[in-house]
Write a protein that binds this ligand. Structure first.
Ligand code: KG4
Ligand code: ZN
Length: 354
């Protein structure tokens, strides 16, 4: 069976076709394309929802045509159309929902609404090293930070989440304070590589008390205070080289604080659930320092860490096609009135018994 996946929940239009390998093609992603709207939002320092929706309208259908051509397929070769139905920006979601639902209707195929975070969570299944159930998943994106116990597809128990900013959001806001363009996470991480370890120390929020929730807004504020004290309100003013070094040192301290905080909570979650397999997914899981730290943490517990290739860590159509295929096989077929669901709890999804 083959399914088309459509992702339009935020600022990337992602389209892919996944084949489950039960027919004549091998299992896997047959084609995928991504169009990023970063340039559209760059001048505003963040995503402008209305511009995001309009750009998805422009890009989604041409990308679908390209992906079908890349895979050398026609709509008749497909068995379903999956689209991100939530959570995300409502206008952006509605573009993918309307196009996905209309194409499914026109092509006489089942339409499959997909939960964006389930897409992220299952993205490691597209790699060679597939995690077995049960495992703990750390979902770290621009909009969410969650620890989830995963017993099967659709069997999700929320163990903890951010009470304020998501990890990616904290990366982006701190990057902005350091003069980096949106979305600053990858740029901050690059800057941190040349930073001096130990010159500055930032807090590891909520690690001194029990529980698996996170809070990143205070950490971002602490980083802002450090920037003002060390870079702006300083006499004599720093030279360009000194400023560059101080920015890099702060970036290093910030990244280390986030990585340590996430690693402490992941260890706690694994011990609590008596599990040793950890999955990390979502945009921030592309962060090399985080991957290295979590490899050490899980190894010490006799386990291992699983993650998607970098291009499938951030938003993409492949993860939606994969998650959509699992839901299609479980019998999901949305009716004509299915709506976008911008706030959709992950643990409300039904279990998939394949
Ligand atoms: O999963 P994603 O593409 O979109 C959402 O669903 O939110 O995640 C985007 C987030 C952004 O905040 C971005 O700055 C962050 O992931 N990100 C990173 C890295 N790559 C992406 N943060 C830190 N280090 C990275 N290498
Ligand atoms: Zn995402």
């Amino acid at each position: 069976m083959r399914i088309l996946g459509i992702e339009t929940s935020c600022d990337e239009t992602g389209i892919a076709i996944y084949d489950d390998g039960q027919g004549d093609s091998p299992e896997g992603i047959l084609a995928h394309r991504l169009y990023s709207q970063i340039a559209v939002h760059a001048d505003y320092g963040g995503v402008v929802p209305e511009l995001a929706s309009r750009d998805h309208v422009r890009k989604t259908i041409p990308l679908i045509k390209q992906v079908l051509a890349d895979a050398n397929l026609t709509p008749q070769d497909l068995d379903g159309v999956a689209y991100t139905a939530g959570p995300g920006l409502v206008g952006a979601l509605l573009v993918g929902c309307s196009i996905g639902r209309s194409l499914a209707y026109g092509w006489d195929l089942p339409a499959v609404p997909v939960h964006h975070m389930e897409g992220h969570l299952l993205a490691p299944m597209l790699e060679d090293d597939v995690p077995e159930f049960p495992f703990v998943a750390l979902l770290v994106s621009g909009g969410h930070t969650m620890l989830v116990r995963v017993d099967a597809i659709g069997e999700y128990k929320l163990l903890g989440e951010s009470v304020d900013d998501a990890a990616g959001e904290a990366f982006d806001k701190t990057a902005k304070l350091l003069g980096l363009d949106y979305p600053g996470g990858p740029a901050l991480s690059k800057m941190a590589e040349s930073g001096e370890a130990g010159r500055f120390k930032l807090p590891r929020p909520m690690t001194d008390r029990p529980g698996l929730d996170f809070s990143f807004s205070g950490l971002k504020t602490a980083a802002g205070t450090l920037v003002r004290k060390q870079c702006i309100n300083i006499e004599p003013a720093l030279s360009a080289d000194q400023l560059k070094k101080t920015h890099a040192d702060i970036a290093h301290a910030f990244q280390q604080a986030v990585v340590d905080t996430l690693a402490i909570k992941c260890k706690r979650a694994l011990l609590q659930e008596k599990l040793s397999r950890l999955v990390i997914a979502g945009g921030v899981s592309a962060n090399t320092a985080l991957r290295e730290q979590l490899a050490i943490t899980t190894k010490k517990l006799g386990g291992s860490v699983f993650y998607p290739r970098p291009e499938f860590c951030t938003d993409n159509g492949a993860m939606i096609a994969y998650a959509g295929m699992q839901r299609l096989k479980a019998g999901t077929d949305a009716d004509l009135t299915f709506k976008a669901n911008p706030r959709w709890p992950l643990d409300s999804l039904p279990s998939v018994k394949l």
